[in-house]
Structures are given as C-alpha cells and as structure tokens.
Design a protein around this ligand. Structure first.
Ligand code: SF4
Length: 307
C-alpha cells in the first residue's frame, strides 16, 4: 500500500480542512464529533468556526452551562454529541488523556473517535477505520462479511507506522474520492494493482438495512401576546432544550403536521391549538422565532402557528 498511497494523497488529499492543520487534541475531537452525522461543508463553514470562536479550549467549554453549548449546537441535530462533549470537558477538566484506552472511557468517545484523536492529533501508530476506510479495506482485501473487529485488525496490519496520520487520512480520502460506494474509479486508484476486490467492488460495499422506529408526537401551540409557551424537555435527545409542550390532542384544534427524522426515529409531528400552560413555561417571542436557538424539530412547526 505504502508509497503509492502517500504519493496520491500528497497530490490529491483534502489538505485544506481546518482540523487537518492542527495537532490540538480538542480541535480534532470537536471536528470528529461534529462530522459524525454532518456534512463536511456545513461543519467547516459554519459550526466548527462558530463553536471554536466561543469555546477555543476544552477548558472553557467545561466551564460553560450546558444550555449554552446546546444552543450553539442548534441546527446540527444529534444533541447527544453536544452533551457528551460537555460531559467529557467537565470530567477531564479540559485536558484529554493521551492514550486510546483512556479516551474510550470518556462519554461519547468510541473506538473511532479515540483512534482519530490519537492518529490525527498525536500521530500515534493507531489505525483509524471510518465508513470510507472500511469500504476501501474490504475491497482491497476482498473481505466479505468481515466484522468491525476483523477490519480493524486488517487496518492495523497495513498501517504505515512511519507516517500513521498521513496513511489514515489517505485511506479516508481515497474512500471519499475514488473508492466510492458506487462506481469506484479503480483506473485512478493507487491501490489498483494489489486490490483483490476491484473486479467486483459492489460486492464489498453492501449497505446494511437500517431499522427505524416510528413515533407520533402531539404538540400544543399556545400563543398569547406575541409569545408562545414552550417547555424544557426532560429526557431523550432533546433534554434541557426548549420544545412545545406535549398534550392530549383534540382533533378540532388541529393546526398541521410534518415529518421529522433523527437517528433511528421517524417522527410524525402534529400541532394543536391549546390553552395549556406547562408548570415550567418559558414564553418565547414569536418575532425572530426562526432565528432562535431551537432544534429544527420545533422550527419546522413555525409555519403552522395561528396568525
Ligand atoms: S482498486 Fe477500486 S475497489 Fe480497489 S481500492 Fe481502488 S477504487 Fe477501491
């Protein structure tokens, strides 16, 4: 693999990504956390710089109230990521440990993120396996039905221990740019000569069927004097965030409905006019509602607010 792969990476890799120009563990950790479910362009242009300008260090993040962290995260979705980031900042008091074994003990840091921090920030000889790298390796080694553990061992056996960071990044970019899920560009691939899966690449890139959970949510819309009644959610992914209160629906008060998806959930959201005021009510101005730091789960309901 070695030399050809690195030469290709030198010429073609995505060297301009801001988190690739740093060896700051926190910045690598933050970028990897944001990138887990979000497109590179959104993270790079919007959320990563915004978050870093407010919390330039993990220590400053550890001192911030969770509500502020969640509000800065708003729009990115998958808020558990922000909660775990904050918890980790507090547990470590802003100083991340420098071994994979210790990193995986922290909230929200799994095998992948720990490996990424070790490799991209510390340049340790640790193999990184994300979705792109997994696909490349499965094709390269013609690994059919290989478990994650098996692919990880395979990745470690190929790791260029002299250039571990570049090696991992090169495989990542190769997967994103050439060894794509459909129509891989094998003719341009630096691994083509030794690749065992190039004759039938689709065989090694089968998607696992996802299972979804469908749920209905009934929200009450109570607007008085230009303000809407909202409440802090007490559980689940939206914990501590402002949502509309949940109510028992009365059909004649129906305002509208919309779909919302997050992680494995597929939500059917229904809005009803109501007089209900929750105990912990927070009255929020309707003016500027869409610019507020609310999850898109509630912003989507704005168009149904009674005039
Ligand atoms: S030769 Fe084709 S299938 Fe093999 S790693 Fe390269 S792009 Fe993927």
């Amino acid at each position: 693999m070695g030399k050809k792969l690195l030469t290709w990476f030198d010429a073609n890799g995505r060297h301009d990504l801001p988190w690739r120009k740093t060896n700051d563990m926190y910045k690598v950790y933050l970028s990897e956390t944001m990138l887990q479910q979000t497109q590179v362009s959104r993270v790079m242009e919007e959320y990563y710089p915004k978050f870093l300008s407010r919390f330039p260090t993990l220590f400053l993040l550890s001192r911030a109230p969770l509500e502020e962290v969640l509000s800065l995260w708003s729009g990115l979705g998958y808020y558990t990521r922000a909660r775990n980031l904050h918890k980790t900042a507090q547990i470590t008091k802003g100083v991340l440990p420098k071994t994979k074994q210790e990193l995986v003990e922290l909230p929200g840091i799994g095998e992948y993120t720990a490996s990424a921090i070790c490799s991209f920030a510390l340049n340790l000889p640790v193999a990184v396996v994300d979705t792109n790298i997994k696909r490349v390796l499965k094709r390269y080694g013609a690994l059919l039905d290989a478990s994650d553990k098996c692919v990880l061992e395979y990745a470690q056996s190929f790791l260029d221990t002299n250039h571990p960071k570049e090696h991992n990044l090169a495989l990542m970019d190769l997967g994103a740019m050439l060894c794509t899920p459909t129509n891989p560009k094998c003719d341009l691939c630096p691994l083509q000569e030794a690749c065992l899966g190039k004759e039938n690449p689709t065989l090694y890139a089968k998607k696992q069927k996802k299972e979804y959970i469908s749920m209905e949510l009934f929200f009450g819309i109570n607007i008085q004097n230009g303000k809407i009644a909202m409440t802090h959610s007490t559980n689940g992914m939206y914990e501590k965030m402002l949502l509309f209160p949940q109510i028992d629906p009365i059909e004649e008060n129906f305002l509208g409905s919309y779909k919302h998806a997050y992680t494995k959930y597929r939500l059917d959201v229904k809005l009803y006019k109501t007089d209900f005021v929750p105990d912990d009510v927070v009255w929020v101005e309707i003016d500027g509602f869409l610019e507020g730091h609310f999850p898109s789960l509630v912003k989507k309901g704005f168009r149904f607010f009674p005039k």
